[in-house]
Design a protein around this ligand. Structure first.
Ligand SMILES: Nc1ncnc2c1ncn2[C@@H]1O[C@H](COP(=O)(O)OP(=O)(O)OP(=O)(O)O)[C@@H](O)[C@H]1O
Ligand SMILES: [Mg+2]
Length: 364
């Protein structure tokens, strides 16, 4: 029976105590399946591929695997393959010797070596450039790596957990991912469901994130049952990260009371300067010029996803494109600048919708 059904309709939802260790919460069958799989494969030395949309808990799953493995006392090293510039990726993974390239002032151990005896988490593995995929495959096959500038292979012993939000078979079909590497990484696959497919877990998760928000802010947090009902209807493109951020935001804006509006209606940037309309499903549609409407909607996606990077993944567009759209839209009229010949500063264009400095910075 749902804890909600045993309470008066308007009684606040009781909070769970925050879970101290890395634990994937959720009681829906898909989550039970994922946890069972994690427990089963944790003691093994083989590669595990964790798949799921952004914010579904892939890194948390990797940490659970490490914590439940015999390697738990050795390092857990996480590398985001999508965030390393291509020319540094090889050195980041395999290390380099002093003088191997300009700027290599001293020897550096790569992630494989730093994770010796422990777990190497290769996040967004689908973003690795193809030449490096070949070298990664070799490292997995023979258990050695060749640091950049070295002549001798180095023995490595790291258990590999890889994660991706992409559909790897499609990437293989498009020639962007090596099929043999996918087979090597996906010896065991753990699939994490999106939040919209596990709405039965929403109440538990909101209570958990509210307890975290209470601990982080020091303000007692209560959750209106209507907020749970609204969260169940919401789409949550940023999945658990989106929900976690939304609970924190709603708690702070509501002086500790998480309401349905606070949880689901808006992103962190006020769109109050618009004459908003409410669309289907309670979605707030900002009014204004097309460009400013587009930006307001994108800002909501960023808010739910938790970062520009995650939002770009949700929208499946390059991060730089999203950053540029958020800062200013070329379609939007710009003021004339006094100094001729100067490049226009996008962030300087007046906007009814102030862009946080963080967003402006990304666009440049
Ligand atoms: N099942 C869960 N129970 C409790 N917290 C969770 C769960 N899944 C995810 N979280 C929390 O949600 C946030 C996002 O999780 P995580 O970083 O593991 O997602 P991810 O799939 O790696 O995201 P991305 O693809 O964007 O890197 C973290 O704060 C994590 O602790
Ligand atoms: Mg992650």
């Amino acid at each position: 029976m749902s804890p909600l059904s045993s309470r008066a309709a308007d009684a606040p939802v009781p909070l769970a105590s925050p879970v101290a260790r890395a634990t994937l919460l959720g009681n829906t069958p898909a989550m039970e399946r994922a946890r069972r799989m994690l427990r089963r494969v944790a003691p093994l030395p083989h590669c595990v591929l964790v798949q799921g949309e952004t914010g579904t808990g892939k890194e948390l799953a990797a940490r659970m695997l490490h914590d439940a493995s015999p390697r738990r006392d050795a390092p857990f090293v996480a590398i985001n393959c999508g965030a390393i510039p291509a020319h540094l990726a090889e050195s980041e993974l395999f290390g380099h010797l002093r003088g191997a390239f300009t700027g290599a002032h001293r020897d550096r151990a790569g992630a494989f070596v730093r994770a010796a005896g422990g777990t190497l988490f290769l996040d967004e593995v689908g973003e690795l450039p193809l030449p490096l995929q070949a070298k990664l495959l070799r490292a997995l096959e023979v258990g050695t790596v060749l640091p950049v500038g070295a002549e001798q292979d180095v023995q490595v012993d790291a258990r590999i957990v890889a994660a991706t939000h992409r559909d790897l078979p499609t990437m293989v079909a498009e020639g962007r991912m090596r099929e043999d590497l996918v087979h090597r990484l996906a010896i065991f696959v753990v699939q994490l469901p999106p939040l919209r497919e596990r709405t039965a877990d929403i109440e538990l998760l909101v209570a958990h994130f509210a307890a975290l928000a209470e601990r982080e802010t020091g303000v007692p947090v209560r959750v209106e049952p209507a907020a749970i009902a609204a969260a169940r209807r919401h789409d949550w493109p940023g999945n658990l990260r989106g929900l976690k951020n939304a609970v924190l935001r709603a708690a702070v804006h509501g002086d500790g009371l998480v309401t349905a509006d606070g949880l689901c209606a808006r992103g962190p940037w006020s769109v109050a300067s618009f004459d908003d309309a409410t669309g289907p499903g309670g979605m707030v549609i900002p009014r204004g010029s097309f460009a400013s409407m587009k930006r307001a909607i994108l800002q909501q996606v960023v808010a739910e996803a938790g970062s520009i990077r995650e939002a770009a993944q949700v929208l499946d567009i390059p991060r730089s494109t999203l950053g540029a759209w958020l800062a200013v839209d070329p379609a939007e009229p710009r003021p004339r600048r006094a100094a001729a010949g100067r490049t226009e500063d996008a962030a300087a264009a007046p906007s009814p919708h102030p862009v946080p400095a963080r967003l402006g910075a990304v666009a440049r």
